[in-house]
Structure formats: structure tokens, C-alpha cells
Design a protein around this ligand. Sequence first.
Ligand code: SAM
Ligand code: SF4
Length: 350
Amino acid sequence: MISPSTHASHQTPVPEAHGLVDAFGRVHTDLRVSVTDRCNIRCRYCMPLDVTFKPREELLSYAEITRVVSVAAGLGVRSVRLTGGEPLVRRDLQKLVRDLRQIKGIDEVALTTNGLLLGQQARQLAEAGLSRINVSLDSLREETFREIARSDGLAQVLAGLAEAKRVGLQQIRLNAVSIRGLSEADVVPLARFARQEGFHLRFIEFMPLDADRQWSQLHVLSGREVRGMLEEAFGPLKPVAGHDGGQPAADYRYTDGATDAAVSLVGFIDPVTQPFCERCDRLRLTADGQFRNCLFSTEEWDVRHLLRTGGDDAAIVSLIRACVAQKRAAHGIGTPTFERPERAMYQIGG
Ligand code: SAM
Ligand code: SF4
């Protein structure tokens, strides 16, 4: 494993970093790093049932990821979120967490997981210094879970969540994708569960990134509609002032006094009906070493090639800057010019 302090041989002096500011003034401080395209389930809004994964040698090694994140940190990236595919299927993920935590400038290393392997790995991830964790959970009903994930596993996810809580992982958040005709019956039970457990819950609108290409606007159950269902069950929700900063989600508190209002937030990520592109501070690195400036980017910048052909840090800096410079104002879902990226969610990293 190359630690940030031991790859000096690659380094040529990099000019004093200026932030990663794009043509629209957006400053990029958040990097989503996918560590694999593999997964232990097959959510229908993400992966195909019959899938061919990238050969392992095409994926960046942990040493390569650490090197790229070190360079990005020099350019103002402050938080890293590990994702996939399912990040916990990649061996020894805690080692990567530990190495990333040691990079000067990186304040936070977070994880998005389906939770299936959390029961086994929560403790070592916490010990490695994982800052936050998002666990995807769309339904508390076994049958619906199976229908979405095309696999069993609800009990395992719930056990993983319990273990994450037990080992003291902070800021556990549940992510639920809402799909019209499928998710309505889960909205209130998920909220009840999150309130009871003290988890922050976020509903995410279904985006056109499913490998099966079944997405249509008609399948989007909007954040506004979900909020309406919650208000009917729990009373008015109050927006959390100033909570959305660079965050895509609008967070709300319950006002019925039944929960600890400080922890039981509920949020809505509405990329389809309420795009937050003007506040987007994210960059993405795919598992096979491609930089992207948007989930819906149709262009990629190949850092793996640079890494494997002796590129120095200055070359990586130029590549990241070029990627940022060409970020579009908005993804344009729903507009006539919208173009779906070729890759699906599991190949990009959500
Ligand atoms: N396997 C991990 C997981 O499921 O949490 C991490 C990767 S997954 C691609 C990241 C997030 O993207 C998950 O919360 C998942 O629900 C969400 N997601 C996947 N496909 C989506 C889609 N088409 N629209 C909206 N969210 C999606
Ligand atoms: Fe796997 Fe996550 Fe995609 Fe579901 S959403 S198939 S858990 S990568």
C-alpha cells in the first residue's frame, strides 16, 4: 500500500493549489470514489440481473486510489465517500479507509453501502476511522425487498444496521429510492423505523441510471409527494434552516414531538423534480479509474492510464482540473437535449 507520504518519487512540484472551481463558480470539495462495480444483490433500478463485471486488473488498486485522493486533497477536496457497486464486497476496505483518513486535508471518509456485510465489518470500519455511513434500505417488507433487490437479505441489512449502531458508528443515514407504484406503502413504515432507531432518513428520486433502461418520468415518485405522505402520518415537517449547504438534500424535522428532533431528520434528494445542480460540489472517480464531473456525465477523464504510464502528480492535477472545467451547468433530465450516460449507476458509483 502506498501511503500519501511514500509516493514522493512520483511527485513533481505542484503549484500552490487553488480550489477546483468550475465555469459556473461551483467549488468542488467532495469526491465519490467507487471501489468496485461488483455487488452481492441486483437492485432493479441499478444493475442488470445478468451482469459482467470488470476484470480485477482494470480496477484501481487501493494504492492508486490513495494517490489520486492525495492529489485531489491538494486541490481542495475535503471529503471522500466510498461507494460502488457494493464497497463492502471489496476485500479489506477498512485498510483503504485508514489510509484515506491519514491524507492531509481529508476531513471525512464516508461510506454508502447496501448493509448486507455490515454485520461483519462495522467494527473494523469504525476502528479505521470511518466518519459517516449511509445504508440503502428501500423497504421493511421482505417481499418488496426481494422484488427490488432480486435477492433475499432484509434481515441481514437490519442486523448490519444494529451492529453499526452498537459499535458506535456515528451519523447513520438510511437512503430509500422511491419508485411510483412500488414504494408508496414503504414511506411511512421506513420513517417510523428511522425515528425509532434515531437514524436520519433520506428519500431519493429514481434517476435514469438503471442498467435495464426501464426508467421513465412516470416511475418517479417525487420528494414532494413522499413529504405529503409523511405529513399526513406525522403532521407538518419543518425545513431545517441552513442545512443544505453543498448538500443535495432538503432536510426536515418532525414537529409532533414524538422523537428527538435533533437526530430524526428526514430529507429528500430530488434530482429529477428539483435539480440541485447549481449547488453541486461533487466529483466522481469510477472503480476503473475514470474521473467524472456528474452522475450524468457523458465524458470521462482517464486517470488510470496516467497512473499506469508513469504520470506525475502535476499531470493528475491537470486531468482533474480539465474534468472540473468542463462540468455542465446542469444534467438536463427532462429537457429535449438530455442524453443518458452509457454507464449505469453501479458502474459509476452512486
Ligand atoms: N451498493 C451501495 C448501496 O446500494 O448503497 C452503494 C452503491 S449504490 C449505486 C448508491 C446509491 O445509489 C444507493 O443508495 C442506491 O439506492 C442508489 N441508486 C442506485 N440506482 C439508482 C437510481 N437509478 N436512482 C436513484 N438512486 C439509485
Ligand atoms: Fe448493488 Fe447498490 Fe446497485 Fe443495489 S444499488 S445493485 S446494492 S450497487
